[in-house]
Write a protein that binds this ligand. Structure first.
Ligand code: SAH
Length: 216
């Protein structure tokens, strides 16, 4: 192992300890974080930033979410191996890699073509070639591939995207940061009940880049 890899591996271990300290308990999720080389989802030369628990700027003025946020959203999804999962906001591809590592069948949509191409390259470089990437407007979801067991939105939705909830299977779960201001959004977990009604719970406040309408 090269000296650089050794250093990064140590940093990755510390990131996982940090996630544990902050309350992430699911061993499978912690193992996924320990395994995935997060630095390969961040621009070359910025590897040292990869394992700090903070969001980091990527291309097109977007961000790779903070590790804690990725872990918490993943925990709220209550993933089972084989779950069919739709992600809105591919960004760097890191969250998609976490879902794939946990055995999900991942569909992910990004509205910047350039980001989608970089994410595809990141996922190839790290071996997550099974992730299915789509260039499009996440507000519309993927009606041709619906329904999904789980839906995760990784951009701030000003209101609950109703169209997306209709693409959930009965019993399915959506995790979405919702809020009208750019400074903070409420993390909602929305379950589609067997009778078609929805149950909502709230899981703290976060700050995401906005979920915008249309493709670029
Ligand atoms: N999950 C990402 C974090 C992405 S940041 C990661 O792990 O790196 C949010 C992303 O959502 C940005 O890339 C942004 O371009 C994208 N986005 C915003 N609105 C969107 C929409 N309507 N459809 C698809 N992607 C959208």
């Amino acid at each position: 192992m090269s000296e650089e890899n050794y250093l990064l591996k140590g940093q990755r271990k510390r990131m996982v300890e940090d996630l544990k300290d902050k309350g992430i308990r699911d061993a499978k999720i912690l193992d996924a974080f320990a395994k995935i080389p997060r630095h390969l989802f961040i621009g070359k030369g910025f590897e040292e930033w990869a394992y700090r628990d903070q969001a980091f700027q990527i291309e097109c003025d977007q961000t790779i979410s903070q590790p804690y946020t990725v872990a918490l959203q993943t925990e709220l999804l209550n993933l089972k191996p084989g779950d069919k999962v739709l992600e809105i906001g591919t960004g760097s591809g890191y969250q998609a890699a976490v879902l794939a590592e946990l055995g999900a069948e991942v569909y992910t949509i990004e509205r910047f073509k350039q980001l989608m191409e970089t994410a595809a390259e990141n996922l190839r470089n790290t071996g997550y070639t099974q992730v299915k990437l789509f260039y499009g407007d996440g507000w519309k979801g993927l009606p041709d591939h619906a329904p999904f067991d789980k839906i995760i939105v990784t951009a701030a939705a000003p209101e609950i995207p109703k169209q997306l909830l209709l693409q959930l299977k009965p019993g399915g779960i959506a995790v979405i940061p919702v809020g009208k201001t750019s400074s903070s959004q409420k993390m909602l977990r929305i379950k589609r009940n067997e009778d078609g009604s929805y149950s909502k719970s709230s899981h703290g406040f976060f700050r995401f880049v906005p979920m915008l309408k249309g493709k670029t």
